[in-house]
Write a protein that binds this ligand. Structure first.
Ligand code: FAD
Length: 356
């Protein structure tokens, strides 16, 4: 039977799926990929696009090509399950099989005006807009970064390297930055950032953002800023929400799926990446594993083989602190200094060239 597979999103999960299935495609399969971007955007590097330390080409990778794979550049607006079609800005696309790999968006936790008055590094367009705003700052301007997780920390360190006189403050809700990492690691990063003259305020519950000011709980006086970046949390792309009618959401509202990534109460619709529930936190690494596993499920179907996915095993976390230093944890071992940067750069290079 002919399969018209429509893949929504060519990010980490989508590209891993494509790279794995393309060599194994059978003649009766067509894949249509829809993404708003005409290239694969390397999201973990978007902070460097925003800071100005990397150019656009550094965070782009070409789509893998095959005569049975078509790419449509469009904005996906709605998934109509009942009609087996996807509604986009300029067209409607029918499917027999649907794979949703739309990633996540900023979560503003209902903080008033946060979306309006902060910059985002979640999308290519957002990072490009932030880049424009950063470029216009005075040399001693104040940048407030809300969120001391991986993306906030990497952005702060990278900005510092670009702009030595900028005043930079990280505002973090937890009692430490990088709260999910071991104490030894987040203490190292904290001390390193403070040595770089980056102010870190922890236990800060942001309650309101307005033009030029961040307000936070139990404080009369807000913090003023020239530029504010929101890096405080993510949630699954709401375009995927109609699929919750055929499954349940986890506590992050990520969609629960079977071990084949198919919805539990709807055949032939699959979810991978940041939209897909997992015992693990969302990450590029996890999204890529899920993309590869779903690919191996389709390949098994096409070639009448058994589908035996290996349990998901993550290798660890790596973060940049500018171009020369980094931090990370690989197989439970803490590493800091130059090595994590070298490893992370190598992983990104392999990813960019579709080799990992
Ligand atoms: C600044 C930053 C740093 C990060 N650092 C790391 C890191 O060091 N390590 C790590 O493992 N993870 C990191 N992450 C997280 C990682 O990037 C994500 O977990 C990963 O990209 C998720 O993959 P995905 O395929 O689910 O979504 P994505 O890679 O985001 O792909 C989603 C795709 O869908 C497209 N899309 C979305 N909505 C629409 C629409 N409506 N219409 C058309 N197209 C649409 C997008 O253009 C995109 O191509 C970082 C994230 C950020 C923002």
């Amino acid at each position: 039977m002919e399969q018209e597979i429509v893949l929504l999103g060519a990010g980490y999960a989508g590209i891993a799926f494509l790279d794995t299935v393309i060599p194994e495609l059978t003649a009766d399969v067509r894949i249509t990929v829809i993404d708003r971007l005409p290239f694969h955007g390397i999201k973990p590097e978007f902070y460097s696009l925003a800071s100005g330390s990397a150019n656009e080409e550094a965070v782009k990778s070409p789509f893998p090509q095959h005569s049975q794979v078509t790419y449509l550049q469009d904005e996906i607006e709605e998934i109509q399950i009942a009609h087996h079609k996807v509604i986009c800005g300029t067209r409607e696309v029918p499917f027999t099989h649907l794979i949703v790999a739309l990633g996540s968006i900023d979560h503003y936790f209902n903080v008033p005006w946060a979306e309006e008055f902060t910059e985002s590094i979640q999308t290519f367009a957002g990072a490009m807009k932030a880049r424009g705003s950063v470029a216009k700052l005075q040399e001693d301007a104040h940048v407030a970064i809300i969120g001391g997780g991986l993306s906030g920390v990497e952005f702060a360190a990278d900005l510092r390297e670009q702009f030595p006189k900028l005043r930079i403050t990280i505002l973090e809700r937890s009692e430490s930055i990088l709260p999910t990492l071991p104490v030894k690691l987040h203490t190292y990063v904290h001390n390193y950032l403070e040595d770089q003259n980056i102010q870190i305020l922890t236990g800060i519950q942001v309650t309101l953002v307005e033009q030029g000011f961040v307000h936070y709980a139990f404080q009369e006086h807000p913090i003023s800023f020239d530029l504010c970046c929101w890096a405080a949390g993510i949630k699954p792309n709401p375009v995927a929400n109609p699929l919750l009618a055929y499954s349940n959401g986890d506590k992050m509202n990520r969609i629960l799926v079977k071990d084949t990534y198919e919805l539990p109460y709807l055949n032939d619709v699959f979810v991978i990446g940041d939209c897909c529930s997992s015992p693990f936190a969302p990450s590029a690494q996890l999204a890529a594993i899920q993309g590869k596993q779903l690919a191996s499920y389709f390949i098994a179907l096409w070639h009448n083989r058994e589908y035996n996915p290996a349990p998901v095993k993550l290798k660890g976390v790596l973060g940049y602190l500018g171009k020369k230093k980094g931090f990370g944890m690989i197989n439970e071992n803490v590493i800091v200094g130059k090595l994590p940067n070298i490893i992370k750069s190598g992983i990104l290079w392999l990813h960019k060239h579709h080799m990992g």
